[in-house]
Structure formats: structure tokens, C-alpha cells
Design a protein around this ligand. Structure first.
Ligand SMILES: NC(=O)c1ccc[n+]([C@@H]2O[C@H](COP(=O)([O-])OP(=O)(O)OC[C@H]3O[C@@H](n4cnc5c(N)ncnc54)[C@H](O)[C@@H]3O)[C@@H](O)[C@H]2O)c1
Length: 250
């Protein structure tokens, strides 16, 4: 098993790519903290992992609150004794508004997608230092590299922040054995909070920019996260891995 005995927190693990990653980590021997605002869905993911023979627990987490992060890391350590992996996956979409210059949207998206990753990193680094290292995987996006129509620029800015925070984390904490990399999904199943980008007509248009000619699957992103989280990526840090069917190569 590729994550035997590792302890992993995955934010936003009640849904989508976070849930897929949690299930995969469970199958690979990790003890998984399914951390999310959504308690019922999160507990369902835990039940699935346990049914498949894995080990997991649910922890309510609001990534925008420092106290919530502190409590989440403390709960992981209380249950499993250490923290080896953090996947900063929780996020909200930038396409849930028709007003691309709405100021409130800027605040909401940056607070969840950028502040949330900073706070998660802060509390994970403090704990990982105590066990001599760890691996942080941040969910950025193709939107962290290029701009897009129909997506509020806060989303691009927040994912760009995640992309460069990843490199800051790699540079600042590498000497303490902490690696940090970003994963950049492309056209995936819509997020719970997606607006225009969930529209089939819009998606068909976006698909024309995907060389592989299809939408990605959540398990394809989970595979990339698994590699970066695991010791197989022991000399990989500060890197960005595109899981986008070639979108950014066009
Ligand atoms: N779906 C896509 O097309 C796509 C593409 C590129 C990148 N991404 C990124 O991948 C990540 C996962 O996206 P997804 O498609 O699985 O979305 P999703 O909407 O299915 O899941 C996001 C999860 O984050 C949780 N969450 C939201 N705000 C939170 C908060 N304040 N505290 C704790 N949890 C919170 C939600 O409850 C949900 O379970 C996000 O960071 C997203 O921006 C998604």
C-alpha cells in the first residue's frame, strides 16, 4: 500500500475530488481525516472507507476559521498520533455569479480558496515539524495559470495564490522535510457551487480547448494527489501537476 500508516487530513472531503481522494487514500492504507462543513456527506465518505477496510474519521472544518483548522489538526493527532499529509482541497467556484465585477464575490472566493489554504498550511506545518516532515498537496486549477471568460477573476486570483503559496511553502519549509506541490485540474464534473461552468452549452464550448476531447474524472485527480502525497514523490517539491487533458498545452 502506497500510504501505509500515514495520517492525512483532506479538506473538502465530503464531495467531488476530495471525497475521491479520501477513498483512494483509505484503500492505500492511510488513516484519513475527512474534513468538511458538510457533516452528513462527510460521514458517508467515512462509512465507505471503513466498509472497504480502511480507517477514517469525520472532522467538521470551516477552512476560513483559524480556530477550526487548529481543532482539526489537534483532532487528527489525538486520534492517530501524528500528521503526515494535508490535502488543501476545499474550495468554491468563481462561476456562481453573472456579475463578474461583484465585490462580495471577490471576498467570498478569496476567503475560502486563498485564506483557507494559508491557514491549513500554517497549522499543518506546525504539526509536521514535530514529526520531521510531511507532504502538502494544494488544489489549484487551470484557472490559477490563465484567465477565463465566465469565471470571476477572484477564482483565478485565488488559484494563482494557491499556486505561488505552494512554492513559498516548498521553499520555506523544505529544510524541515516538508514538501508542497500543487495539482491543477481542468474541465472536471461541476463543483457544488458552479454556475455558468455547469451549463452543458458552456461546457461543450470549453471542451473544444481540451486536446484529449473529454471531461476529466475525479479519480484521475485523486491519482495525481496520491503520487504527490506519497513517498514516491520524495524529491518533488514546489512543482505543479496539470491534470487537464492538455488544456494548458494549447
Ligand atoms: N470541479 C472543477 O471543475 C474543478 C477544476 C479545477 C479545480 N477545482 C478545485 O478542486 C477542489 C475540489 O473541487 P470539487 O470539484 O471537488 O468541488 P465540490 O464543490 O464537489 O467540493 C468542494 C468541497 O469543499 C467544501 N467546502 C467549501 N467551503 C468550505 C469551507 N469553508 N470549509 C470546509 N469545506 C468547505 C464543500 O462542502 C465541498 O465538500 C476545489 O478547490 C476546486 O476549486 C475544481
Amino acid at each position: 500500500m502506497r500510504l501505509a500508516d500515514k495520517v492525512a487530513i483532506i479538506s473538502g472531503a465530503a464531495s467531488g475530488m476530495g471525497a475521491a481522494t479520501a477513498r483512494r487514500f483509505g484503500r492505500e492504507g492511510a488513516r484519513v481525516v475527512v474534513a468538511d462543513l458538510l457533516e452528513d456527506d462527510g460521514r458517508s465518505v467515512v462509512a465507505e472507507i471503513e466498509k472497504a477496510g480502511g480507517t477514517a474519521m469525520f472532522q467538521r472544518l470551516d477552512v476560513t476559521e483559524e480556530a477550526s483548522w487548529s481543532a482539526c489538526v489537534a483532532a487528527a493527532v489525538a486520534a492517530y498520533g501524528r500528521l503526515d499529509i494535508l490535502v488543501n482541497n476545499a474550495g468554491i467556484s468563481g462561476s456562481a455569479t453573472n456579475d463578474l465585477l461583484e465585490s462580495g464575490m471577490w471576498d467570498r472566493v478569496m476567503t475560502v480558496n486563498a485564506n483557507g489554504v494559508f491557514y491549513g498550511t500554517k497549522y499543518a506545518v506546525e504539526q509536521m515539524r514535530k514529526n520531521g516532515g510531511g507532504s502538502i498537496v494544494n488544489l489549484s486549477s487551470i484557472s490559477g495559470v490563465v484567465g477565463q471568460s465566465m469565471v470571476h477573476m477572484a477564482y483565478n486570483a485565488s488559484k494563482g495564490a494557491v499556486r505561488t503559496m505552494t512554492k513559498s511553502t516548498a521553499v520555506q519549509f523544505g529544510a524541515e522535510g516538508i514538501r508542497c506541490n500543487s495539482v491543477h485540474p481542468g474541465l472536471m464534473p461541476p463543483m457544488r457551487t458552479s454556475g455558468a461552468t455547469a451549463d452543458p452549452t458552456v461546457r461543450a464550448k470549453m471542451l473544444k480547448s481540451v486536446p484529449l476531447g473529454r471531461t476529466g474524472e475525479v479519480d484521475e485527480v485523486a491519482n495525481a494527489i496520491l503520487f504527490l502525497a506519497s513517498d514516491e514523490a520524495s524529491y518533488v517539491t514546489g512543482a505543479e501537476l496539470y491534470v487537464d487533458g492538455g488544456y494548458l498545452a494549447m
